[in-house]
Design a protein around this ligand. Structure first.
Ligand SMILES: [Zn+2]
Length: 57
């Protein structure tokens, strides 16, 4: 029996957005920066892909 290497693509889920590609952001207004709510924002860690940037290589 020959040992086979399974080559399955390993994608690392982005830890910041949990793979969703966007993150909740608190919206502030005014000089006191009062929080008025949240909106969905573009995840800057993975650039919206939901996958963590490959490191190494
Ligand atoms: Zn992300």
């Amino acid at each position: 029996m020959a040992a086979r290497e399974t080559t399955k693509p390993v994608t690392h889920q982005c830890p910041v957005c949990k793979g969703s590609g966007d993150v909740p952001r608190t919206v502030h207004v005014g000089r006191k920066r009062r929080a008025v709510g949240e909106q969905s924002g573009f995840c800057l860690n993975c650039l919206g892909t939901g996958e963590a940037p490959a490191d190494g290589e």
